[in-house]
Design a protein around this ligand. Sequence first.
Ligand code: ZN
Length: 402
Amino acid sequence: MGLAVAFATLPLSAQQPPSAPANDPIRTLVGRLDLDKYKATIKGLTAFGDRRQGTTRNSKAVDWIEAQLKSYGCPTERIRYEYNPEPPSGGAGRGGQGGAQKPPDAIIASGEVRSGPGGSRYRGTTRRTGVNSDANAQPDEKLRELNREPTKPGAREEVYCTKVGTTRPDEMYIVGAHMDGHGWGEAANDNGSGTALVMELARIFSMPDVQTERTIRLALWNNEETGLNGARAYVDQRAALQGKENPPGSGRYPEPKWLGMIQHDMMMWDHGMPRADGTWNPEQRPEADVNIEFQSTAKRADEAMKLAFLFREANEKYATDYPAAVGPHMTNTDSTPFMDIVPAISLRENERGMHTGAGWNPTWHQPIDVFATFSDKDFRLGLNAAQTTLSGVAQLTNARLK
Ligand SMILES: [Zn+2]
């Protein structure tokens, strides 16, 4: 007790993080994450524009992601599926606007209750949200041309890679992010930021001196923006294969039993609520944090909540700059198709319901979601989410250094 009091009186900069064993392999792994590498991977993804599903720029991005994963030494596979939506019947379809939950530009009066997605409640200033579909809203001519090809229905592919566990190869954590985007920008934040995070974890877990007891799968979903169709295809095709050794006696498990699913979607922008005049703070808010969400209505909610708090603890111990908060309203991302089957959580820059849904991110699905919009503080928030997930998953799979 006396020690704690004395400690608390030190200036923050003089305090050390809670003491860890001298040779903590997780701290070593977290130290291998790098802001410049994270930024470079996001930059690489932006070379394919908004990576809208059903276009050549999207399939080229899948090829590029796969080449990177292979270069890290992470063996890849693909999921193939069809995406054939009903043709739009005039007016806005999904990805367009007209949703019942869309908040108008408003300041919520004291006592007024306005619901957002996932069970959330809007507070404070809200702004209209939507997906930009106007090519001319993109001022950069080259980017406008890069994003020009329209989406077509038909065959789709998405890629994942796998780190096989040494003693429990039949048990697996799935770490994911969607790689498709839209809105005539570069989909840098939504969701180059989550895609690069998952790719960075693939790079580090695949290093030759890293061993994990359990298996880790790193998945880059496609077709999130059309309704989570890529993640749903994975669940439909592979849920029934869980835990089966194939061929029998081989020690191989093409689909290890799922122990948890950890999704990453929009990792960088935490600038607070819009001001009363409707403008946004161009700077990150000083209280910026990583938001870890589970869904309280999911069949596996109790275990998902425990998983969320495990990640919060991992953040406390290993993240260098930003804290993490846990909330119960995970929604509108690729962890949803998993959440009744396996404990599932999402990591984000903000809560999806109360913050993003209320229009607190002006880059969301807009032409300004480009690499140049974000500062190093923004990129670093994404890196801290990477530190959080890397350390959480390393703990859950019992990662060691050879
Ligand atoms: Zn997204």
